[in-house]
Design a protein. Sequence first.
Length: 456
Amino acid sequence: MSTCRFFADGNCLYGNKCKYSHTLPQQGSLHLAGADPTSTPQNSLPTMSNAYPQEDNPAYYYSQYPSDGYRNPTADMNFSPSFTPNTSSGYEYSPKVNREHSMGVQSRWNSPNVAVTSGGTTYFYPTDKTQNSDKQSRYMPSLPHAAPTPGQRSLKSFFASEDVYQEFYKRAIETLAVLGQQDPRAVRLPTLVRRYHSLYPLDKSDKDKSVKLFGHISHLFKCIHTNDRLPYLMRRIDGLYVTDEAVSTAVSAWKAVQHPTIITLHEAFNTTEFNDNSVVFLYDYYPCSVTVADEHFTRSRLPVDEDTIWSYLVQLVSALRSVHDAKLACRVIHPSKVILTGKNRIRISGVGILDVLNYDKQEDPSEFQKEDLIAIGRLLLCTCNRKADASENMDVSLAHLRDKYSTELCDIITSLISMKITTIDDINTPAFMKHVFKDNLHLYKFVTAITELSYT
């Protein structure tokens, strides 16, 4: 009967059911096939304990297990696996070959990158020469043999321009901006204000919390609606409580006014989530928008061209026409409340707030409608002079206006400020209507081009 090769220290996994012999033979009686026992010393013949390396020896392997079949946990403490190259198989382990191979792989990674080891793992980062900037083109250049000939369109012409892509990218970043857990501003803000969460402050400095227009300190936040998950602009008026009747009346009246130049007021309510009595107004949110004051009084050093002023005038008059037809008054035409959401595209924000705050006074809206026309003239005068206080020194500001701009524009701005124009219909002068048709012609060409692209 053959000897069981798993029986080395007196234990076998099969026990008495094993069909092989559990009697170890003498060293002299065990020899390799083909070997002459008379020519080979007995002490050099392999036995069950030295016929295998230590890791492959059954005696070593099964000595780690007791008779019940479970491994002894203390046996792993002294166990250190090692690799012993076997030279009898015809090939030899060559550390030089593996080292050259690894160096070749590493050189391919390190040539354009920088290697940084952290936690035992090596990461490769692109260098400044290989790192793409935000202003680089996203499209692959044309191949030399496939370069467009004169009269053919290039690859980039079939896609949106890089400026449009960068603009949408910036808007997406600003729309998805949230406060970190370690930000000190997140501690002072509530987690949920009725149905709005993820509040993100938009006030850049304490100067934005002006009390000149509303008479109370106000704060701006970007928030997300729980139901539709869309971003909204939240304007909070501090330390104030108003009646529900005032809120519902103003909101319902301004919801009926739908105009592209007026930012829609969705709802308003009282809240104590800011640890005080506050009134909150919710509007549409426009990312990357700036106020007229920031754009023309702070950022830009260049003079404002006349076509831009005419475009502002046409948009503001069109918005006031819809507001006045609804028996309302805007009352917020101010450089800090008129924002730019695109090139020469302005919108009026903060409508309805003064209607809620002054609900008990019940004043005549016709007087406020006249003040809206005066506010347009002052806004345009300050924009032409690029000064926030241009309306306080009228002589110097009007002299600069006459030197830089046409007579038709100067006459309209002067008439608005001096109250010669008292209704919105009085502004329909031939010069004004010419620019209205000009802006509508540009809009018509734009809509026509978009429509043709949608059907091609």
